[in-house]
Design a protein around this ligand. Sequence first.
Ligand SMILES: O=C(O)CCC(=O)C(=O)O
Length: 292
Amino acid sequence: MAVQFRPLSFVLGAEVTGVDIRKPIATDVLGEINQGFLQYSVLLFRGTPVTRAEHIAFSRHFGEVDNNDRAQRIRHPEYHEIQIITSKIKTTTDPNAFAGQVWHSDQSYSTQPAKATLLHALDVPPIGGDTMFANMYLAFEALSEPMQKIVEGLHAVHFGGKARLDNSTPERAAETARQNLPSAHPLVQVHPETGRKSLFIGGKVKQIVGMHPDESATLVQFLCNHAAQPRFLYRHQWQKEDVLLWDNRCTNHIGLGDYDRAYPRNIDRTTVKGLPAGYAYSGPVHYQGPRL
Ligand SMILES: O=C(O)CCC(=O)C(=O)O
């Protein structure tokens, strides 16, 4: 049976049928999946109960899989390539309750932002806990030409990597923060495979290199609001055993915490490494808030 793609929304995402990702995949079939990945940016393999080993093996088709050495607190004890996304440790009064609840592209705060992310839903609440995606190509293309010219010349500073910080003592906190400087990236990225331009902005961007704090804040807020308009979005309503693959190089996503904590939400994640990019930012820092 040939691989087929059924679009999930007008702007982003497709459900893939005609392939069993738990089994070895022929090169031509992989080529078709990759074409779909580049075209739709988010691919859904509905109701696919992959084992952790199969999840990791499928992820490897897209590149080198991160073993989470720098996020040891949230990796699976046996399968180091798996990050555990769980509702278990969170309560609604925990300030981290809704971690992931900010528009972002994975590992944008590093100098090797992720290429792709693959989530496998083990337990999902009956209502809520969706994940939303934004098409950042369209977000860039919808800007006026003068605004495109302005943002093309700018670099944004991304703060984050909370899972990498060890806050066990004030000394460790200072040391790991020093080792995990924010990273700066061009606000406009050229996708290495499609050649299309996209906006690289999100809730982890707190300042624009070289701008005054008020200039930065106004521009960042405008761009974040712009990119989160419904016309650029797909909202994924999870079903148990869904496997979702997305391209971080041209999308943003946000996990929604709007579900009853009486129900577990457990999702396994793998992250495919991207190309080295940007630089560790050691210039003046205006942002003093928490790392997200
Ligand atoms: O839990 C979710 O829906 C999204 C998770 C997320 O933001 C991430 O893995 O980067």
